[in-house]
Write a protein that binds this ligand. Structure first.
Ligand code: PLP
Length: 378
């Protein structure tokens, strides 16, 4: 049986999104910047798509800028915040467990002379707000703390952190990478109190190649791309209308079913963890994850890269950590100070609205076969 338990890496595209993209690519192919009737119709639809994404996020349509992916949004937020705070100073605070899309642009700034504080999480993968408070200084220009960790499923105390930062100095920009949190847990940017927030389409059943950046109303940022002035002058380039239409459709679909989708993923995850503990001797729960769709387990003594391959031979897709860190040891797991045997055997399991109990059962059966030695680990 084929089982896909890797929804944090990417998700299948939902039927509504496929249909919306197909329509934009065929009957409705106009360029939203063109003056002709096709162009004007496309511009109107683009406005509707923006409103749909804004409604899913709980913000104003004017606060949404379409991007190509989460990585673009994260990179932009870091660079824009550095530019915004250039007269204030050159200190950035982030966490040791951010996605590379945040860590790498921050590292690039460090090479240019910025000072960086990377907050270490506790064993549960959560940062301590008091450590953030202690790190804030006169030179701080940006605090970037992710909402849901992609390897552990832990939720960071973003709202409390943002409140503290703004009380210290309203000029410090607060960014959150909400790529794994968007629609999976309820929040709005205003409730979180953030200035910048990044989401990505392919984690919520829209296609790859589209994302959205929330930019708080009133915040002036330098453009990411200069040219024809699309996206309010912030990101020039003809809008990817098919992907954006699909993103809007996926947002509408998810929002309409959010409580049911979240409840299903949470119960399936709980069931899987319980069954794993009952049936696979030696399995350890590394993180049960507060977000409904992600958890991490370990089978000490079984290197995770090999386990992923062996499970693949059974038709089961899981991840040995973030898909973006293929082949490299995970900085997230390293930050948890796990015993080496535990860290080496970590599997990330992640679920979607259409994941099934049969898929969970297939995973458990395959792990039992592997443990019984009936399958070679290559
Ligand atoms: N941030 C987090 C937390 C992620 O999990 C990912 C992708 O896995 C990204 C950013 C990058 O998003 P994208 O793949 O859309 O570039």
């Amino acid at each position: 049986m084929f089982a896909y338990l890797d929804h944090a890496a990417t998700t299948p595209v939902c039927a509504a999104a496929v249909q919306a993209a197909a329509e934009e690519m065929t009957a409705q192919f106009g360029n939203p910047s063109a003056q002709c009737a096709f162009g004007r119709a496309a511009a109107q639809r683009l406005g509707e798509y923006r409103a749909a994404v804004a409604a899913a996020l709980g913000c104003e349509a004017g606060e949404i800028c379409f991007t190509s992916c989460g990585t673009e949004g994260d990179n932009w937020a870091v660079a824009a915040a550095a530019d915004h705070g250039r007269r204030r100073g050159r200190h950035i605070i982030t966490t040791a467990i951010e996605h590379a899309a945040v860590l790498e642009p921050i590292k690039a700034l460090e090479r240019k002379g910025y000072t960086v504080t990377r907050l270490k999480p506790d064993r549960q993968g959560r940062i301590r707000p008091e450590e953030l408070a202690a790190a804030l200084g006169e030179e701080t220009v940006l605090v970037s703390v992710m909402l849901v960790n992609n390897e552990l499923g832990t939720i960071q105390p973003v709202a409390g952190c943002a409140r503290m930062v703004k009380a210290f100095c309203p000029d410090i920009l607060f960014h959150t990478d909400a790529v794994q949190g968007f629609l999976k847990i309820p929040f709005t940017p205003a409730e979180l109190g953030v200035d910048l927030l990044t989401v990505s389409g392919h984690k919520i059943r829209a296609p790859k190649g589209v994302g959205a950046q929330y930019i708080r109303r009133g915040l002036k940022l330098p453009p990411l791309l200069r040219g024809g002035g699309q996206e309010g002058g912030l990101r020039s380039g003809t809008e990817a209308t098919a992907q954006i239409a699909a993103l809007a459709a996926a947002c509408r679909d998810w929002t309409a079913h959010a409580p049911a989708y979240r409840a299903h993923m949470a119960s399936l995850k709980e069931y899987t963890l319980n069954e794993l503990c009952a049936n696979v001797p030696g399995i350890e729960i590394v993180s049960a994850g507060e977000a409904p769709h992600i958890c991490a387990v370990s089978l000490p003594g079984y290197p995770s890269e090999m386990l992923v391959r062996a499970l693949g031979d059974f038709g089961i897709c899981v991840s040995s950590g973030s898909a973006c860190h293929k082949g490299r040891p995970s900085h997230v797991l390293a930050a948890l100070d796990l015993p080496k045997r535990t860290r080496m055997g970590v599997l990330r399991l992640s679920f979607g609205p259409d994941s099934t109990y049969e898929e969970a059962g297939a995973l458990i059966a395959a792990l039992k076969e592997i443990q019984a030695g009936r399958v070679g680990l290559s």
